[in-house]
Design a protein around this ligand. Sequence first.
Ligand SMILES: *[C@@H]1O[C@H](CO)[C@@H](O)[C@H](O)[C@H]1NC(C)=O
Ligand SMILES: *[C@@H]1O[C@H](CO)[C@@H](O)[C@H](O)[C@H]1NC(C)=O
Ligand SMILES: *[C@@H]1O[C@H](CO)[C@@H](O)[C@H](O)[C@H]1NC(C)=O
Ligand SMILES: *[C@@H]1O[C@H](CO)[C@@H](O)[C@H](O)[C@H]1NC(C)=O
Length: 234
Amino acid sequence: MAMAVARVQSLFVTTILFLGHCIAAAPICDARDRNALLTWKQELADPYGTLSDWDTNPDCCTWLQTRQYRMTTCDSAGRITSLIMGKGLEYKPGPVYQKANGGVYGAPIGNLTQLKKLDLRTIYSGGATLSSTWVKLTKLSNLTLDVLVAGPLPVALLKAWPLQYLDLTNNDLNGTLPVELCKSTLTILKLSGNVFTGPIPRCLSRFPASSFNDSSTGPSGNEGLCNPPLPPCS
Ligand SMILES: *[C@@H]1O[C@H](CO)[C@@H](O)[C@H](O)[C@H]1NC(C)=O
Ligand SMILES: *[C@@H]1O[C@H](CO)[C@@H](O)[C@H](O)[C@H]1NC(C)=O
Ligand SMILES: *[C@@H]1O[C@H](CO)[C@@H](O)[C@H](O)[C@H]1NC(C)=O
Ligand SMILES: *[C@@H]1O[C@H](CO)[C@@H](O)[C@H](O)[C@H]1NC(C)=O
């Protein structure tokens, strides 16, 4: 009997210790990442308060979560590894816009240096260019942008990002496709709906034509692109 009680007590203590460990291990957002996003919020127009819990909830690892959607995901140190905005915000009365900000898009996001996945849609920029601070995103493997950024694809950024998945459909990007897109790790490439011109680098001929001229989600764009998988440059 005494032994059974002792065993139950021991199980109880073990359970409490285990629960304590779980609570202690739950990531609380790193102040650097929180500050970066709160700084970015100052550049956003948020007329419906879609992002209001950014101000009231100090834990940026739990901002805006529903059963189907997580805006942020953190690692065990509380650093943000995934940020998904735009798609998923629809259940809130939108929209959120980036205000004109010196023609540069998302400068504070460069401080989320542990980001692996960034997916921003409908937070439109009105023709801004990608911030050069994104060169600090040296873990970024999965990038989706549908925010109307413009100008050429910055080579320094492409060099810094260990890309596996790149979806830049429906922006206003122009100029030629840099050879820095040639990464053996890149498995998915979607560039339709931009205004890229010139010969497609030979290393990208392994992708289907629809990587460059898909018209299922808007104008296929890129009318000045040529060479495989598109028709040869004349
Ligand atoms: C980004 O990080 C730098 C260096 O740690 C810091 O000085 C700067 O204030 C940060 N910017 C934002 C927007 O958090
Ligand atoms: C990258 O993100 C896209 C869109 O969210 C998803 O479909 C894809 O599976 C992801 N790929 C990787 C390698 O994480
Ligand atoms: C590319 O877009 C930028 C920004 O809109 C513009 O200033 C530039 O003239 C364009 N370049 C080309 C080659 O079309
Ligand atoms: C894309 O390019 C391929 C190869 O030239 C062509 O067969 C296809 O019809 C094009 N699709 C669109 C939507 O332009």
